[in-house]
Design a protein around this ligand. Sequence first.
Ligand code: PEP
Ligand code: MN
Length: 371
Amino acid sequence: MTIGKLKLDYPEWMPQDRPLLISGPCSAETEEQVLATAHGLKKAGNVDIFRAGIWKPRTRPNTFAGVGVVGLKWLQRVKKETGFLTAVEIANANHAYEALKHGIDVLWIGARTTVSPFAVQEIADALKGADIPVMVKNPINPDLQLWIGALERLNQAGITRLAAIHRGFSTTVTVPYRNQPKWRIPIELKRLIPEIPLICDPSHIAGKRELLEPVSQKALDLAMQGLMIETHPDPANALSDSAQQITPAELPKLIGSLTYRKPSGDSSAKANMLEVLRGEIDNLDQQLLEVLARRCQISTRIGEYKNNNNMTIFQVRRWEKVMENRIDDATGMGLSDKFVNEIFQAIHHHSIELQEKVMNLAKDGKSITSD
Ligand code: PEP
Ligand code: MN
């Protein structure tokens, strides 16, 4: 395993004393929109790299899938008129050839592509011998190995200027975010490959403008080295990701509201450790909630079974046994029996409520699980 043994060169565009800022529209839609965004960002200041999606991986067909190769020409105009470095997402070998042919400065691999080793290998093969930096977004599922694997495939094809972009993870659990941050995963990536620049994409984590600020601040507090933030001259009418984009004029206000602390120094090292520990707590709480949600679903099914078989909800022998076993297991894990007793009383009480609900619905000829 070559984890942590990538041959990396630090990308020359990473600033030394402040976070890197990448901005631009989710999608290039028209030449006017791309240029208006770029000139707006130039005026706003602080942006290092201009991004635009021209091949868009959309969840459903018959939605706007990007303008394709013509958008690369608009990016050439952006570079000429503003001096920005340009970046696009590539998802296959043909995208890679076209982006190289049009002199795009930085490429990135999107979350839906990082999940596929075949696609990443195809891109890595297409980029062999090319002297271009590549940023790799985390896969949509929380699989650190897939993320590392994509970086390794590119590195083995000779790409040494690599960066990682944390854009959150797809989830079925209701959370305030569009993509759950699971901060522990990018932190672990950085622990394994400390030399890699780690950039956060608060736009795709947040999914809505209001959350951009707290997500960006958290990323900076975790010592992430850059932000990728989507901007559009008219976010409400954007053809993709309309709820999460802000105008170029709003960007400096957002960036100005953030506190940038240096990663070195005693006090911030301590603060970082606190953030790391809090990140672990957030992650564990999320897991607890996911397990509780699954447990409730099973209680509902048990309620249906008992109803169909005319059994009482409360089965005293079973409950005594559950409590005995749980307390035994908990003691073995060094947990206080009082604490575990309280938690399981609450869990059991709710399970009974759920089963009562099932039986009451069944009386009216309804069911929770099948409609
Ligand atoms: C994007 O950056 O517009 C994009 C499609 O992002 P992701 O791959 O993170 O979903
Ligand atoms: Mn987007």
